[in-house]
Write a new protein. Structure first.
Length: 59
């Protein structure tokens, strides 16, 4: 069994980091929001143990 190396983070810090990182990839505010939201959804779906999650931008 591997030891857990992840440090607990506050949700707000993770959201801020996602938006900060997304803003480094594009200067378009809508694209920053789309990228950050997608990353946050992926993090939360992994944290909850779900293998799949229906993302809001997929129909």
């Amino acid at each position: 069994m591997r030891p857990k190396t992840r440090k607990p983070q506050r949700l707000g810090e993770l959201i801020a980091a996602a938006f900060d990182t997304a803003s480094r990839h594009t200067s378009n505010p809508r694209e920053v929001t789309r990228l950050a939201t997608w990353v946050i959804e992926q993090m939360l779906s992994g944290a909850s143990g779900n293998d799949r999650i229906r993302l809001s931008h997929q129909r």
